[in-house]
Write a protein of this length. Structure first.
Length: 198
């Protein structure tokens, strides 16, 4: 049984916005790649190791959907991208001349699949630029937790979130339905104007 008191590390809505702004504003030679990586990871709830697996063949450019190969016993699924992520990914693919369907989408400078170490380094770098002070959030995996919490706060129900994240067991999803401040406010709002419960 998972301990419901487990503290997961995730970015608030404002911190996530600051993170993406820090990537866009840096304007380095890798900014477009990094922005595509971080937006995909956030949209789909992908682990660092799952980002490195992505190939061009996994992306349906016409439908704007990405096939997510999940690891650690999770279920693979296909996620539709939002317009901004789709635009950035398309621009990145075009700029880098990625045309072979079997080609890895995100590579290191050594032309190998981008590593977990590199992604963790980038997370630390951009969190620092975004002035996110809590160092425990400076890990790439915090993006997956961020996706889950933000979706839970948007009223996605537990079965929908389970599918989105590829969890085989709903017990792995329950942790994201702890009462955050935003969820508590929604709960109290439901009681406004109702008969008091004795």
């Amino acid at each position: 049984m998972r301990n419901t008191e487990t503290k997961i590390k995730y970015l608030t809505q404002n911190e996530a916005i600051a993170l993406f702004n820090s990537i866009e504003s840096l304007n380095s030679s890798h900014s477009l790649r990094d922005l595509a990586i971080f937006r995909l990871a956030y949209r789909c709830g992908l682990r660092a190791s799952e980002i490195s697996l992505l190939k061009l063949e996994d992306y349906n450019i016409n439908k704007g959907e990405i096939y997510c190969k999940r690891l650690k016993g999770s279920n693979n699924n296909t996620i539709r991208l939002d317009e901004k992520t789709k635009h950035i990914l398309n621009k990145y693919i075009q700029k880098n001349g990625i045309s072979s369907t079997s080609e890895i989408l995100f590579k290191s400078q050594k032309n190998k699949p981008i590593s977990r170490q590199t992604l963790n380094y980038l997370m630390k770098k951009y969190c620092s630029l975004a002035n996110i002070e809590d160092k425990s959030k400076h890990h790439f995996h915090a993006l997956k937790h961020t996706t889950a919490v933000h979706l839970a706060e948007c009223d996605m129900d537990i079965k929908e979130l389970q599918w989105w994240l590829g969890h085989k067991s709903v017990s792995n999803t329950e942790i994201y339905f702890q009462f955050t401040t935003k969820q508590q406010e929604k709960m109290y709002a439901k009681l406004e104007g109702k008969t008091e419960i004795v």
